[in-house]
Design a protein around this ligand. Structure first.
Ligand code: CA
Length: 227
């Protein structure tokens, strides 16, 4: 999952980052509101952790701005603990809030709880689709009608990234970030080669794919029906 963490205290930022990365998330950091909004616009962000007190703009303002275009889950971090302040944070569209100082473990637990609610497939350990395709995340194994499918690590990561968000179109760049993180520095057409190989392995007829569709002018979309 791509998590945007907006926090102007470097120490708090690095602790939150470490805990989220340990859970396998890709973290994007912003230390002020402007940077937060520009990262949010440029990347495909799944979750926002937002400090209420920022040097340039208030967390509420950032929250409202994000909410004007997106339903992405948002957790607010606040040093303010009064009831009025909490209600204000939730009123600006946050899904939850944590009062500082908080335990990073609790933050991770809240992030996971919200994700299980809003995107069950994002956090599922086993993904099953009609046609007999299943992905077992803990073992990093893929089965087709009980038969093990032999995928390379890169193919597995791309398939998992697509399958966690069925029916959503992704550009090649978005897929690379989802599968390999934002530090990957490669040619985006390499995705096409991986997709071609994945289709050979999981599609009943790779020339007429049922799972991974090409979206002309954009990239790819996974169309397996969760079952
Ligand atoms: Ca702050």
């Amino acid at each position: 999952m791509n998590v945007l963490v907006v926090e102007d205290e470097p120490k708090a930022l690095s602790v939150v980052r470490a805990y989220l990365e340990r859970e396998g998330h890709t973290v994007f950091e912003a230390m002020d509101g402007e940077r937060a909004l520009s990262l949010f616009g440029a990347f495909d962000i799944d979750f926002v952790v937002l400090d209420l007190m920022l040097p340039d703009r208030s967390g509420e303002e950032i929250c409202l701005k994000i909410r004007s275009s997106s339903q992405v889950p948002i957790i607010m971090l606040t040093a303010k603990a009064s009831e009025a302040d909490r209600l204000n944070g939730l009123g600006s569209g946050a899904d939850d809030y944590l009062v500082k100082p908080f335990s990073p473990r609790e933050l991770v637990a809240r992030v996971n709880a919200i994700m299980r609610r809003v995107r069950p497939l994002e956090s599922a350990q086993t993904l099953r689709f009609s046609g007999g395709l299943s992905i077992h995340v803990a073992e990093q194994r893929v089965f087709l009608n009980e038969g093990l499918v032999s995928l390379t690590p890169a193919e597995y990561r791309i398939l998992l990234a697509l399958a966690r968000r069925p029916f959503e179109a992704f550009t090649r760049d978005q897929l690379i970030v989802r599968a390999f993180g934002d530090s990957y520095d490669g040619y985006d057409r390499v995705v096409d080669v991986h997709i071609k190989n994945i289709r050979q392995k999981i599609e009943p007829n790779p020339r007429r794919p049922v799972y991974i569709q090409t979206v002309y002018g954009t990239g790819y979309r996974f169309e397996g029906e969760p079952s």
